[in-house]
Design a protein around this ligand. Sequence first.
Ligand SMILES: Cc1cc2nc3c(=O)[nH]c(=O)nc-3n(C[C@H](O)[C@H](O)[C@H](O)COP(=O)(O)OP(=O)(O)OC[C@H]3O[C@@H](n4cnc5c(N)ncnc54)[C@H](O)[C@@H]3O)c2cc1C
Length: 308
Amino acid sequence: MNKCDVLIIGAGAAGMTAAIYALRAKKSVILAEKAMPGGQILATTKLENYPGLPGSTGEQFAKNLKQQVESFGGKILSVETLGIARSDEGFVVRTDDEKVIAGAVIIANGSRERRLGLPLEDELTGHGVSYCATCDGAFYKDKVVAVYGGGNTAAYSVMYLAGIAAKVYWVFRKPEPRAERHLVEKARSIDNVEIISSHEIVSLAGNDKLTGVTLKSSSSEEASNDPRGLAIDGLFVTIGREPDNGRFSDFVELDGEGYIKSDESCTTSTPGVFCAGDTRSKKLHQLVTATSDGAIAANAAIDYLNQN
Ligand SMILES: Cc1cc2nc3c(=O)[nH]c(=O)nc-3n(C[C@H](O)[C@H](O)[C@H](O)COP(=O)(O)OP(=O)(O)OC[C@H]3O[C@@H](n4cnc5c(N)ncnc54)[C@H](O)[C@@H]3O)c2cc1C
């Protein structure tokens, strides 16, 4: 069984920043990461708003952060965390591999993509249905794809995919996308992009791989509300994100939307358990606030360990 001072759940920007702070304070740290270290930032093509790093790619940012963690001796375990419990020695963190005993825990598990909730979605995920254009776009060279959603991430995905695929449909429910105007204009001006506004996806088609979707008008003014089939090879779903804290709900208090409640020091309702980044109940879920939370949570965990 592994033992450490601070167990951090999630090696995204928040978790890795927390690790740097805790390691520099000479605490032993284990980062438990179920996927690729970096988290959401890996899906960002260009970072335009992180102070001091204009134009850096998310991938480069994640790589630098991981190297920084490792340079201070940080260890990243490839495991999924299943839950937390108390023990005489501190906290027992259950993973899909082994248990870890920790003096303090920082939950930095971010958020997950919101899903369509349609039949066949699970079966077709990874077989035509994707939630990340920069991760999976390369599989669709010269193919026909659709991006579903009207926000900034959708607009970036459209522009990114237009450089790879033969054709990109941009489908969203409202008459106008809610993405920033300059992004919408840029996407609209691309030759192989076709916009389908005021439509929602009502079903997916395909056996072992996606072959198309059915669209239905979401506008009451539309002359015909007949469903319309769209033959595509790939569907990129970008309809927002949501927290994934069910497994911690017995242990820390959540807000009405499922984000973890904490005070200004990122302390949750359970002393010794802290949270950082997108998992935390707060107004602005961004990279800069994730790294900021990581530093604050680590500092609070260090204080907790020194006092207990
Ligand atoms: C496409 C896209 C573009 C973006 N662009 C920008 C931008 O330009 N500027 C900006 O400021 N922000 C941007 N953001 C938001 C920003 O990336 C996030 O706010 C930030 O990265 C959140 O970091 P985090 O560490 O809190 O969470 P995440 O990055 O979500 O990391 C959480 C990590 O925890 C892991 N994990 C989850 N559950 C478990 C578990 N049970 N066990 C083990 N590991 C687990 C996940 O695999 C993940 O690696 C963007 C986000 C996306 C998706």
